[in-house]
Design a protein around this ligand. Structure first.
Ligand SMILES: [Zn+2]
Length: 465
């Protein structure tokens, strides 16, 4: 559908302008004052128009455990997460819908779902998430989370002898599964892309990484992994490879301009240089990193080194929401305490660019998405500048990023199709989704993780606690 947004506020280089924006066949056709109306006229008065943001790293099905996991570091938190991970696809469907809705209502038009697969129902899990994202209409980058080592292998051995159970599925079978998923579901033109997404060095063999690189090259797929989220992983890389994880990933050819890496907290200066040289993208997950005590990623250093950075909420049980605007706010101001020189601090406009263009770059779509540019796809968001949280009138982007915007998103278009109007998702029934989420869950305060009980003593001794 073609439309023209009239008299809408957009950011210019260092100011704002009121313009009309024509959208034809899903793409931005013109941006200028007083344009002829093509298609439907949309009143943009007192609205701020921005390119859609990317929720560049999350795990949708963690929604079922948000708010319940006690304060634990990643390795123990993961043990609890997997002990209670949902095993039916109905839940996968509902949490993908929920993740999409929350992302949209915080200005996100794209979501990278590092999707946890139900053992034995892997393709079904992927099909279900794809169906949910298509129904909502958000642009989806479905990244089936794979590994080929069992959970305990992710904890360094230290001086001890550790025997790990073999992973339940072979590396070969895992790669075949991903290739089949790519054939069935990778449809970038329809708004659904598949990524190769080995979870990270802590649980993946080189054979798995190599297989993912081959699939990525064969089908032109982006690559997505966790990287150096914890101190334990930093130690583990030295045990496994005798060098840093980044040095190893470079050696095996995993890094590149289509590779996005979540967290990136414990990197050396040389590692940062490697990320810049290989044009890899860092996904900043500040809330998850605080929640799990993982650390503060050196984002200002990345930016100074020329590393592309985008933002992700991370899964909803290490966040414990999918509020992308909150992630961008914390991810912008957190670093002010790490560098005395305020001239290095991130501005709200820089944060907006990271959340939009930074996300697009990491997914190899900077030519098509991420900015208000004629010819790019119309993944657009308008914010209601008369919303209480964006008043009184000051600097709209400053207040959007540094304030606490609530109910500020007015309309969202993905590929030129409107999927949020008047602050409400129009493609699915959100009231029904609320009821379903309610009925498929219960209040719970008593659960205990068997795996945490098994591995906690070893973890504490390895970490010197
Ligand atoms: Zn993650």
């Amino acid at each position: 559908m073609n439309f023209t947004i009239q008299n809408v506020l957009i950011a210019t280089f260092d100011d704002y302008a009121i313009v009309d924006v024509q959208v034809v066949d899903g793409a931005i056709a013109a941006i200028a004052p007083s344009l002829e109306v093509i298609g439907t006229a949309i009143n943009g008065e007192n609205k701020l128009l921005l390119p859609g943001f990317f929720n560049a790293h999350t795990h949708s099905s963690e929604m079922w455990q948000r708010g319940i996991i006690p304060p634990l570091p990643l390795e123990l938190w993961l043990a609890q997460l997997y002990d209670f991970a949902p095993l039916d696809t109905e839940k996968v469907y509902l949490s993908a819908l929920g993740t999409a809705v929350e992302t949209l209502l915080c200005g996100g038009t794209s979501v990278v779902d590092h999707l946890i697969l139900i053992p034995g129902k892997e393709l079904e899990t992927i099909a279900t998430a794809v169906r949910a994202y298509k129904e909502v209409g958000i642009r989806a980058f479905v990244s089936p989370l794979i590994q080929d080592e069992s959970l305990t292998a992710g904890i360094p051995s230290g001086e001890t002898e550790q025997n790990h159970e073999p992973y339940f599925r072979s590396t070969k079978a895992t790669l075949e599964l991903i290739e089949e998923a790519v054939k069935q579901f990778h449809r970038p033109d329809e708004g659904v892309s598949l990524l190769v997404a080995p979870t990270g060095i802590q649980l993946c063999s080189d054979a798995l990484f190599q297989g993912c690189i081959e699939l990525s090259n064969k089908y032109n797929l982006c690559r997505h992994s966790h990287l150096l989220e914890t101190k334990a992983q930093e130690k583990l890389a030295q045990e496994k490879y005798g060098c840093t994880a980044v040095e190893h990933l470079k050696r095996i050819g995993y890094l590149g301009d289509r590779t996005t890496l979540a967290h990136c907290i414990h990197l050396t200066d040389n590692d940062i240089t490697i990320l810049a040289e290989t044009q890899s993208t860092v996904v900043h997950n500040p809330l998850s990193n605080l929640r799990l005590g993982s650390g503060i990623a050196p984002i200002l250093k990345y930016r100074q080194a020329g590393v592309n950075v985008s933002f992700g909420c991370d899964g909803a049980s290490s966040n414990d929401s999918q509020d992308l605007l909150e992630t961008i706010k914390i991810g912008s101001i957190l670093h002010n305490v790490t560098d005395l020189d305020y001239q290095h601090w991130m501005t709200p406009r820089q944060a907006v660019e990271m959340a939009s263009l930074g996300g697009a770059k990491g997914l190899n779509m900077a030519n098509e998405l991420g900015s208000l540019t004629v010819g790019k796809k119309a993944d657009l968001v308008t914010y209601d500048l008369t919303s209480l949280s964006l008043l009184p009138r000051t600097d709209p982007i400053g207040l959007l990023i540094l304030g606490r915007p609530t109910h500020a998103v007015e309309s969202v278009w993905v590929n030129g199709k409107q999927i949020v109007a008047d602050g409400k998702v129009t493609t699915i029934n959100v009231d029904e989704l609320r009821q379903q989420l309610f009925h498929h869950s219960q209040w719970d305060t008593k659960r205990k993780s068997g795996t945490v009980a098994q591995i906690e003593a070893h973890y504490r001794s390895i970490m010197g606690l």
